[in-house]
Design a protein around this ligand. Structure first.
Ligand SMILES: [Zn+2]
Length: 337
C-alpha cells in the first residue's frame, strides 16, 4: 500500500463564488487572496506538508495572485492549473477555447515566478476527452479533476436544470456529463489512455478522495460542516474516513477550499455560506485535527508527487491506441457513461 497521499487547495476566489451564485458584484473581481495566502502557508507549514495550490489564471495575472503564486513556490509547494476563468462548464468548450484556458494560466503562473504547471483540476469537476488529450500533449503529468461521488452528478444536474441552454442542447449535454454512473469511476489513482511527452504510461488521474465504499466526499468542507452541527460528529467522520482509507488501501488526496480557512469577516458577500460563522481560528483547529489524523498514516505531499507514485502498469482506462492528438473512443465512452 502506498503511503504517499496529497493535499491541495483550490484557490477559488471571492469573485468566482459570487459569479457562480449569480451575484453581479463579481464583475469587480473582489479578492481575498491576501487573507488566504498567510493562512495556507501557515497550515501547510504547521504540519510539515509540501502541498499543492491550484490557481485560477485570471488571479495569477494580478498582484495579490502573483504574491500567492510566488510565495507558495518559494516555500516548496506546487502551483498547478485551475483554468483561467473558472467556468464550471469547461466540458462544453471546444479545443481552441480549452487551449486558451490552459495557455493563459500557464503563462500567468510562470510570469509570477513558479515553474510551468504539470497538473490540472477543472473548475466544478468539469472535464472532457479533448481536455485530457490537450493536457497530455502539453506535457502535463496528471489531472486531478474527478470526484467519484454521487454528490457531483447531483450538483451538475442542478446546473443543467437552471441553465439557459436550448432544450435539445441541454439533452445532449446532460447525456454527456450528467450521468450518475460517474460515481462508479475509481476512487484510487489510475491512468487515462492518453499519452504525451510527460505521460508515456498514460496521463495520471488523481481523484479527489471520497470515502471508499460510501463514496461520500471527505474533503475538509464536509468535516467543517459536521463540526458546525456537532464537534464530536466531525471527529467521528474523520476517524471513519481514516479507517475506510486504511481498510481499502487508499492513500487520501485531501481537497481544501479557501472558505475552510476564512470566516465571514474575510469574505464579504459569502456570509450565507455554510460554516462562514465559524471563526477562522476554530476552523484552523478542526483542520489541524484532520491533518494530524491523516499524517499519522500517510505522507501528505504535492498532488504531483502523489500522481508520480502511481505505478506504471496499473489500471489504465480506455484503449491503448491513443497517442498525442488522437482520440480514444474508449476514453470518450467512459466519460460518457
Ligand atoms: Zn474551483
Amino acid at each position: 500500500m502506498t503511503r504517499q497521499g496529497s493535499v491541495s487547495l483550490d484557490a477559488d476566489n471571492l469573485w468566482s463564488y459570487l459569479k457562480t451564485h449569480g451575484d453581479s458584484t463579481w464583475e469587480a473581481r473582489p479578492s481575498y487572496l491576501d487573507a488566504l495566502r498567510p493562512r495556507l502557508l501557515d497550515l501547510y507549514g504547521r504540519h510539515g506538508i509540501t502541498g499543492t495550490v491550484f490557481v485560477v489564471g485570471h488571479d495569477a495575472a494580478k498582484e495579490d495572485g502573483q504574491r500567492l503564486v510566488s510565495e507558495m513556490a518559494a516555500a516548496g509547494h506546487e502551483v498547478a492549473n485551475h483554468s483561467y476563468e473558472h467556468e464550471p462548464w469547461l466540458h462544453l468548450y471546444d479545443r481552441g477555447q480549452l487551449e486558451a484556458e490552459l495557455d493563459r494560466t500557464e503563462q500567468a503562473v510562470v510570469d509570477a515566478g513558479a515553474p510551468r504547471p504539470v497538473g490540472f483540476r477543472g473548475p466544478g469537476y468539469s472535464l472532457s476527452p479533448e481536455l485530457l488529450e490537450l493536457l497530455a500533449e502539453r506535457g502535463y503529468e496528471y489531472d486531478a479533476t474527478t470526484l467519484p461521488t454521487w454528490i457531483g452528478p447531483l450538483a451538475r444536474a442542478y446546473y443543467f436544470k437552471t441553465s439557459q441552454l436550448p432544450a435539445e442542447e441541454l439533452d445532449q449535454r446532460v447525456a454527456l456529463f450528467g450521468s450518475a454512473s460517474e460515481v462508479l469511476r475509481p476512487v484510487k489513482p489510475y491512468r487515462w489512455d492518453v499519452r504525451g511527452p510527460a505521460s508515456a504510461a498514460g496521463l495520471a488521474e488523481l481523484p479527489v478522495t471520497t470515502m471508499p465504499l460510501a463514496r461520500v466526499p471527505v474533503h475538509a468542507s464536509y468535516v467543517l460542516h459536521a463540526h458546525s452541527v456537532n464537534p464530536r460528529l466531525a471527529k467521528l467522520m474523520v476517524a471513519a474516513a481514516v479507517r475506510a482509507c486504511l481498510l481499502t488501501g487508499t492513500a487520501p488526496s485531501l481537497l481544501l477550499h479557501p472558505l475552510d480557512l476564512l470566516d465571514a469577516a474575510d469574505a464579504p458577500g459569502l456570509e450565507f455560506f455554510p460554516g462562514m460563522q465559524i471563526p477562522a481560528a476554530e476552523k484552523a483547529r478542526v483542520l489541524d485535527h484532520l491533518l494530524r489524523s491523516l499524517t499519522k498514516h500517510w505522507t501528505l505531499g504535492q498532488t504531483r508527487a502523489h500522481a508520480a507514485a502511481l505505478p506504471v502498469g496499473g489500471t489504465v482506462l480506455g484503449h491503448d491506441t491513443a497517442g498525442p492528438g488522437s482520440t480514444s473512443s474508449r476514453v470518450r465512452a467512459l466519460l460518457r457513461r
